[in-house]
Design a protein around this ligand. Structure first.
Ligand code: SAM
Length: 224
């Protein structure tokens, strides 16, 4: 999978792209991340990428021309997702991540300042996604979240894809408790069923616990 990231702050991605599962996915050629500095597409001698809002008000607006050129430099006339991260977008959830993980290529646009010019949203953006009901300074962290979430679903990135498929949200429930050695830690024992070797019983116990945790922390998921 190839992901083109359009940003004013490409250096924010430096360590992120080298570490953990994302770093591994890149090393294994399961993922290519192409960082594009929007400022390279500014056209005046000061490399200006923002300007005052028409109608007045606080904050600066990202100008349409550099955004248009930056997007078109990777998109061309191809029909690929161009995702703009915005708190006004549809909430990013696991089913959306699963969907995007199947694409061969997608473009992620990181906004900054007050907003991007609406005409880019109206003409070039195919999807608007939010990572939650709060406001960040820029779309770089949301883009990293998307890259992380889709990269771990690429073939041969996780040692066992079954691990990702049994995580929270894949089956509409939260995950269950997990334990590792030692069997007793500071007086707290691992539930005996997990030591029983009876896999049917273990599966039933895990399902029951997942349901309990979902009911306690996210009853809205059970209503759905
Ligand atoms: C300060 S925010 C702009 C918020 C915008 N004025 C609004 O009210 O919706 C700057 C940029 O950060 C990114 N951003 C901030 N919060 C986000 C969120 N919850 N989800 C996705 N992107 C977000 C977007 O790219 C946005 O253009």
């Amino acid at each position: 999978m190839k992901i083109d990231v359009l940003t004013l702050f490409p250096r924010m991605f430096n360590n992120f792209l080298e570490e953990s599962m994302v770093g591994l996915a890149i090393k294994q050629n399961a993922l290519t991340v192409n960082l594009i500095d929007i400022r390279n597409y500014a056209y005046d001698k000061h490399s200006k990428v923002d300007d005052y809002p028409y109608g007045g008000g606080a904050g600066m607006i990202m100008k349409p021309e550099p955004l248009y050129k930056a997007i078109m430099s990777v998109k061309g006339d191809r029909d690929i997702p161009v995702i703009y991260f915005t708190p006004q977008g549809k909430l990013l959830d696991q089913s959306t991540v699963n969907k995007y993980s199947q694409f061969d290529e997608m473009i992620l646009l990181c906004g900054h300042y007050k907003e991007i010019d609406q005409r880019i949203r109206d003409t070039l953006i195919t999807d608007e996604l939010s990572i939650g009901d709060y406001v960040l300074s820029g779309g770089e962290l949301p883009a990293m979240i998307m890259i992380d979430a889709v990269s771990r679903l690429q073939d041969n990135v996780l040692g066992d894809i079954g691990s990702a498929l049994s995580d929270s949200h894949q089956d509409g429930l939260l995950g269950c408790p997990h334990y590792t050695r030692p069997a007793e830690f500071k007086g707290a024992k691992v539930p005996s069923v997990l030591l029983s070797g009876d896999h049917k019983k273990i599966d039933r116990w895990r399902e029951k616990k997942a349901l309990e945790i979902t009911r306690k922390n996210r009853p809205d998921m059970l209503e759905e």
